[in-house]
Design a binder for this molecule. Structure first.
Ligand code: AMP
Ligand code: ZN
Length: 112
């Protein structure tokens, strides 16, 4: 856990979230400022700053996170969706705890 990390606080339940999924390794919750009708974040519980901070040891976890995207998207009623991983300040990342955005269901979808 990183003490100043907002997603670590969500993982540990010290700040609330609209959780849609949780297991031993991963949590998923609705984005607080949605860019689409459905917009949730899939977040590994372990604190890793970004995709650039991932190493070989994270391979299985990354696979698990990606495989959850279609499963949770379907559960949220989506037949298709966009995924987005902002990486680093120059990549538009604002929360430095690795997460995958899943967006769908119309309006304001990012085009790049
Ligand atoms: P990124 O630019 O990829 O780092 O995106 C961070 C995302 O986290 C943004 O879409 C925010 O709206 C979202 N976010 C920030 N704080 C919270 C929170 N407490 N609960 C849910 N989503 C959040
Ligand atoms: Zn964290």
């Amino acid at each position: 856990m990183s003490v100043d990390c907002i997603f670590c606080k969500i993982v540990h339940g010290t700040i609330p979230s609209k959780k849609i999924y949780e297991d031993d390794d991963v949590i998923a919750f609705n984005d607080i400022n949605p860019s689409a009708k459905v917009h949730f974040l899939i977040v590994p519980k372990v604190h890793v700053d970004s995709l650039m901070g991932c190493e070989a040891q994270h391979q299985a976890l990354l696979g698990k996170v990606l495989l959850l995207a279609p499963r949770l998207a379907k559960e949220q009623g989506l037949a298709g969706f966009k995924t987005l991983i902002n990486t680093g300040k120059e990549g538009g990342q604002e929360v430095f705890h690795l997460h995958v955005h899943v967006l769908g269901g119309g309006y304001k979808l990012p085009q790049n």
